[in-house]
Design a binder for this molecule. Structure first.
Ligand code: KIV
Length: 263
């Protein structure tokens, strides 16, 4: 996208055109994403994808600030959302203090926080103090330890009703959009129909208002495991490995560098 999308156009896109969101953690990739994505999420998934940890919980506010600045350097025309890491929004005042730090120390356009009805009072406090908030409901990666794993939501009637309450609470609290993760497609569709702000899915089927994927998953860099909801648009790991093998072979055989690479 050549022109930076605004909160107003994000809200207006509901029912008109699906939103494209992707994660990024550095300037190099963010620059490549800028022309095809509406929003870049500096997800706390960087703790896994970038830092190699087994979950997102040890990501710190300092790391999120550092990576948000890196992404912003690469994607100056993109709408950038910084994920608030685990433990930084346990109370309204703590959340506001940490959010103000992100807004003052980075050019992030908005922040994302995980939680539904239980976090509505925090979202409301942030929104009423000038912080734009993207909600995140359904499967919450920051709850992986307390829930004992990543569990798809919306399988029971109770979960379905809770998701609808969560979405409505996030909307009423003032969020401009929300991510819905790991939810049965028909329930995610019902959630999206039930609110007036865009609901952006990840592992939540196609009948929502947009999609988000972790960039290293969709570019095929993560080899260990492919979640069902991920489509690998290229086999990045094989491409990179094969390029590195060619480089290594050519260095050993002295085929590289040639005259054109030499001063
Ligand atoms: O941290 C992240 O990358 C996310 C996406 C999975 C939505 O929250």
């Amino acid at each position: 996208m050549s022109k930076k999308i605004t909160i107003t156009s994000i809200k207006k896109s509901k029912g008109a055109s699906p939103l494209v969101m992707i994660t990024a953690y550095d300037a190099l990739f963010a620059k490549l994403m800028e022309s095809s994505c509406d929003m870049i999420l500096v997800g706390d998934s960087l703790n896994m994808s970038f830092a190699g940890k087994s979950d997102t919980l040890s990501a710190t506010l300092e790391q999120m600030i550092y990576h948000t600045n890196a992404v912003a350097m690469g994607a100056k025309n993109s709408f950038i959302i910084c994920d608030m890491p685990f433990g930084t929004y346990t109370s309204p005042d703590e959340a506001l203090k940490n959010s103000i730090r992100v807004f003052q120390e980075t050019p992030a356009d908005a922040l994302k926080i995980e939680g539904g009805e239980d976090k509505a009072h925090i979202i409301k406090h942030l929104c009423s103090n000038g912080i734009a908030v993207c909600g995140h409901i359904g499967l919450l990666p920051q709850a992986v330890r307390s829930e004992g794993g990543y569990k798809v939501k919306g399988k029971s009637q109770e979960e379905r009703e809770q998701l609808i309450r969560d979405a409505k609470a996030v909307e009423s609290a003032g969020a401009f959009c929300m991510v819905i993760e790991g939810v049965k497609a028909e329930v995610a569709a019902e959630v999206a129909r039930g609110v007036n702000i865009p609901v952006i899915g990840i592992g939540a089927g196609r009948d929502v208002d947009g999609q988000v994927l972790v960039f290293s998953d969709m570019l095929g860099f993560f080899e260990e495991f492919t979640p069902k909801f991920v489509k690998k648009y290229i086999d990045g790991a094989s491409l990179v490995k094969s390029a590195l093998k060619s480089y290594s072979d050519e260095v050993k055989s002295k085929e590289f560098p040639q005259d054109i690479h030499t001063y």
